[in-house]
Design a binder for this molecule. Structure first.
Ligand SMILES: Nc1ncnc2c1ncn2[C@@H]1O[C@H](COP(=O)(O)OP(=O)(O)OP(=O)(O)O)[C@@H](O)[C@H]1O
Ligand SMILES: [Mg+2]
Length: 288
């Protein structure tokens, strides 16, 4: 689980590798054809493509919810085809997922939603409390812990979904249209938080239709059309090019998010910028 900072670019570690992957569904639809891609451990990558281009299918393949018809997929140097049925759940725990429609449990509080998976895993109350509180704090939700999802705004619900996805320090975070149901201000806030999560050592993949937003982020954009049709390194805006946004380093926050950061300092979001309250992406000092 060690997440050493990457020193030299040519020594970057590969997190996700697709080699000539095709997926034909049972009804004969070829959702993905001869797709090859590589995503590095420290990357934040956008996946763009028209409706039906295969974005969600790619995500399902990555989650091993679907198996490819041909080709090879490996994650963190592990060939997904070799993962036994009984180990799939454990494999998936390395991956946090956020959906457009949040998928929160309505009969559980914010805290309960974020804690749920850890409770199923039989983690200790102490560890659950610690990690859930850290994740809620990082997402600026400490004050909402006892609320139910129906009492939250769309942006807040999406942040709960983010907290739930990162509570166990996953290696990879996948977000399928995470801003599709949000207004521009909330969408930017979510993008900022995804960037924050990435800076703490998690590979981030975001499927989106929001090209303008993706282009402002200064990240790699993969254009999907059943295969990877094109690729661009978006320049981002003046300050957006800066990499490795440090959670405790406000200077590195993309210009697009400075407003949020300033506001955050005054309120509970201040905790976002202190190491103490932040999710421990290394998972290092826990008692596992
Ligand atoms: N379970 C399934 N069975 C059969 N065909 C499917 C299945 N899931 C997706 N497809 C088909 O595969 C193609 C790719 O779908 P996919 O959901 O991956 O697209 P997408 O890029 O996520 O689109 P959107 O932007 O609309 O979410 C589409 O033609 C779709 O109808
Ligand atoms: Mg989709």
């Amino acid at each position: 689980m060690e997440q050493q900072p990457q020193r030299a670019v040519d020594r970057r570690q590969t997190m996700i590798l697709f080699k000539d992957v095709s997926k034909v569904y049972g009804n004969g639809v070829a959702a993905i054809s001869n797709l090859s891609l590589r995503v590095y451990k420290d990357e934040f990558v956008f996946l763009m493509g028209a409706s039906g281009a295969g974005k969600s299918t790619l995500i399902k393949l990555l989650m091993k919810e679907e198996d490819p018809t041909s080709g090879k997929i490996s994650v963190n140097s592990r060939d997904l085809a070799l993962i036994k049925r009984g180990s799939v759940q454990r494999y998936r725990r390395q991956i946090g997922v956020v959906f457009q429609d949040f998928r929160l449990l309505e009969n559980k509080t914010v805290f309960g939603n974020v804690a749920f998976a850890m409770e199923i895993m039989g983690k200790s109350r102490r560890e659950i409390n610690e990690k859930v509180e850290a994740a809620l704090s990082l997402m600026g939700l400490s004050k909402k812990a006892d609320e139910y999802p129906r009492n939250l705004s769309g942006g807040e619900q999406q942040r709960v979904a983010l907290a739930r996805a990162i509570v166990n320090s996953p290696r990879i975070l996948i977000a399928d249209e995470p801003t599709g149901n949000l207004d521009p201000a909330n969408a930017e806030q979510i993008m900022y938080l995804l960037e924050l999560i990435n800076s703490r050592g998690t590979t981030v993949i975001v499927a989106t239709h929001a090209q303008n937003m993706a282009r402002r982020m200064g990240r790699r954009i993969l254009y999907l059309d059943h295969g990877v049709r094109d690729e661009e390194m978006s320049s981002g805006d003046a300050d957006g090019k800066k990499r490795r946004t440090g959670a405790s380093d406000q200077v590195n926050v993309s210009a697009a998010f400075n407003d949020f950061a300033e506001e955050a300092e005054d309120e509970e979001y201040g905790s976002l910028f202190t190491e103490d309250n932040a999710v421990n992406a290394e998972g290092g000092d826990s008692d596992e």
